[in-house]
Ligand binder design. Structure first.
Ligand code: ADP
Ligand code: 5GP
Length: 200
């Protein structure tokens, strides 16, 4: 599950809600060169790396995708996603719109969700409520303009008005997506092989 939204759109809180709702979801931790915010834990919220370390990871092909957002580098380590998939869980990636499009191109089976606040006033209130300084709010709203332009390329759009509702909707999307025939051909094959073996 790849979740994108304008900054303040609710990626972080929706992700927390999903992880709490069902153990099958797991966060694939990404890395960033931005400084750690108060309360953030290295290895849990992000892997905090230097620009040099980031460039090395990128050059060594260790990143599934990467982007520069608001002056800092962000990237998804291949390892983070593989670790979650190997446990049979669904990786939840909360990344920017460029990253989401890169992932979709590499893995068409990925499901992309664009979160949108109910209206601009609410987004501004939420950004301010998160403690963003007025100049940061302005930068994020400017970026939101270009982010909105690619919203139509996402598989699903969820309006993040009521948080529990938005979490339920994203979980429902994941649930339905796991029912796609193309994702379950092994089960059809297994049933078919039982049928073939049976003397009828
Ligand atoms: P993002 O990770 O997309 O930048 P956050 O998850 O940090 O956004 O959300 C921005 C702020 O808005 C946070 O303070 C969060 O608690 C609040 N918020 C997000 N969604 C809702 C919602 N549905 N109802 C109320 N507050 C919300
Ligand atoms: P923040 O600094 O507020 O945590 O994140 C800024 C933006 O970077 C958010 O849109 C966030 O989702 C995005 N982001 C976080 N990790 C990654 C990543 O690994 N790749 C990409 N492309 N974006 C990321």
């Amino acid at each position: 599950m790849v979740i994108s939204a304008p900054s303040g759109g609710g990626k972080t809180v929706v992700r927390s809600g999903l992880l709490k709702l069902n153990k099958k979801f797991a966060f694939s931790v990404t890395c960033t060169t931005r400084p750690r915010r108060p309360g953030e834990v290295d290895g849990k919220d992000y892997f905090f790396v230097t620009v040099e370390q980031f460039q090395r990871l990128r050059k060594d092909g260790k990143l599934l995708e990467w982007a520069k957002v608001h002056g800092n580098y962000y990237g998804t380590p291949v390892k983070s996603v593989m670790a979650v998939l190997q446990k049979g869980r669904i990786p939840v990636m909360t990344i920017d719109v460029k990253g989401a499009r890169s992932v979709k191109k590499l893995f068409p089976a990925a499901v992309t969700v664009f979160l949108l606040p109910p209206d601009l006033k609410t987004l501004v209130q939420r950004l301010r409520g998160r403690g963003e300084a007025p100049e940061n709010v302005a930068v994020r709203l400017r970026t939101a303009r270009s982010e909105l332009k690619v919203a139509s390329t996402f598989d699903y759009l969820v309006i993040n008005d009521s948080l529990p509702e938005a979490v339920r909707e994203v979980a429902a999307i994941a649930e339905l997506e796991t029912r796609r025939t193309a994702r379950n051909l092994d089960k059809v094959e297994s049933f078919g092989s039982q049928l073939r073996k049976k003397k009828i």
